[in-house]
Ligand binder design. Structure first.
Ligand SMILES: Nc1ncnc2c1ncn2[C@@H]1O[C@H](COP(=O)(O)OP(=O)(O)O)[C@@H](O)[C@H]1O
Ligand SMILES: [Mg+2]
Length: 345
């Protein structure tokens, strides 16, 4: 008999204290001709059912590579995972066979990709593309699968779904195409959904609508949601907690309100200060000075030190651990107290 994802991983809610998904000390390297690119250097985060984790950081900080490792879609080689665990309901998916992994992918953990808008096939109707999920994974007939596609289009609030199911991708706006991608990602009722910069290509009003849709879908289904973004502005209303990445590490993690109230890492502070604010119209927007680190030759000590206004001598030599500030908050800055107190350097 064909194995189902329930044979591979336990069905139902997460057990006891074990979160739905736990990334634990994950390392990912790319072995390239130019050298070893250390893209992810000991990332740990957790997501519970119904919880939204925002993963934040500049381009190149390792957000997508971490997500690809969770989905099991990294090309290995060149990627190598020398260390770490990715536990889904307590089972380390990195230890599963490729066949078992395939059962998990899409069914239990699904992803909306960064380049979602180009992921739709221009020569097939959207209904055909959505219904493919049900034909391939559930063995449904064409008619039954198409009916499910209409239901899903309704669920992601596409108006006149019954008629529009026969339209082609180019007949939809960017926001509506993103809704179609979201429909495909939730088709099989995943327990964890990873949305990788789902609104980057969209204008601000549509961004907010897509965020609201994701939040609504999550409330209905109690999915664990990982929201990847480089834009701290879009996650404030929807995230429960935030993990800030820099140079393949988590430099600060905290409940979302704590971060907005007072950041505990200079990098987070820089990101917050770069959000445009209505009460500061006309003023020049702050930007963090300098460039993200070169992953082929990371700075010594704290990777952020070349750009950091709080830098002291030991920052150049000693790599800060993720200091525990409270039970739910950590910062990888030797001077987190000063940053938290808002002392100017
Ligand atoms: N296949 C690959 N080969 C070499 N380097 C890669 C590969 N994929 C990603 N990287 C590098 O890993 C780093 C992290 O990338 P990524 O996770 O995509 O960043 P982001 O935070 O913008 O999502 C980047 O420096 C990127 O160039
Ligand atoms: Mg990315």
């Amino acid at each position: 008999m064909k194995k189902t994802s329930a044979d591979v991983l336990p069905a139902g809610g997460g057990s006891g204290n074990e979160p739905l998904l736990a990334v634990d000390d994950l390392h990912v390297e790319f072995h390239t001709r130019a050298g070893v690119v250390r893209a992810v250097n000991g990332v740990s985060y957790t997501v519970r059912a119904g919880e939204t984790l925002a993963v934040l950081g500049e381009s190149g900080s390792g957000k997508s590579v971490t997500a690809q490792a969770i989905m099991g879609i990294l090309d290995m080689p060149p990627a190598v995972i020398p260390k770490g665990e990715i536990r889904f309901k307590g089972t380390d998916v990195l230890k599963l066979s490729e066949r078992d992994r395939t059962q998990v992918r899409g069914e239990r953990i699904a992803m909306i990709f960064q380049d979602a808008l180009s992921a739709l096939n221009p020569v097939f109707t959207v209904g055909w593309q959505i219904s493919e999920m049900f034909r391939v994974h559930r063995g449904m007939s064409k008619g039954a699968a198409m009916k499910k596609a209409v239901e899903l289009m309704d669920r992601v609030r596409i108006p006149a779904a019954k008629q529009r199911v026969h339209d082609y991708p180019h007949q939809f706006s960017g926001g509506m195409r993103q809704r179609i991608m979201i429909a495909m990602s939730i088709a099989l009722d995943p327990e964890v959904l990873i949305a990788d910069e789902p609104t980057t290509a969209l204008d601000v009003t549509v961004q907010a609508q897509i965020m609201e849709l994701l939040a609504e879908l999550q409330r209905e289904s109690q999915m664990g949601l990982i929201l990847i973004t480089h834009d701290l502005g879009v996650v404030a209303d929807v995230a429960d907690k935030i993990a800030v990445m820099y140079g393949g590490r988590i430099v600060e993690n905290a409940p979302v309100h704590d971060i907005y109230k007072a950041p505990a890492h200079p990098y987070t502070k820089g990101l917050l200060d770069s959000i445009p604010r209505v009460d500061q119209k006309g003023q020049e927007l702050y930007a963090i000075k300098g460039l993200p680190p070169n992953l082929l030759s990371m700075p010594t000590g704290c990777a952020f030190h070349p750009r950091c206004p709080y830098r002291q001598e030991n920052c150049v030599t000693d790599t800060p651990p993720l200091y525990e500030i409270s039970g739910t908050r950590g910062s990888a800055c030797h001077y987190w107290r000063e940053v938290l107190d808002g002392e100017r350097q």
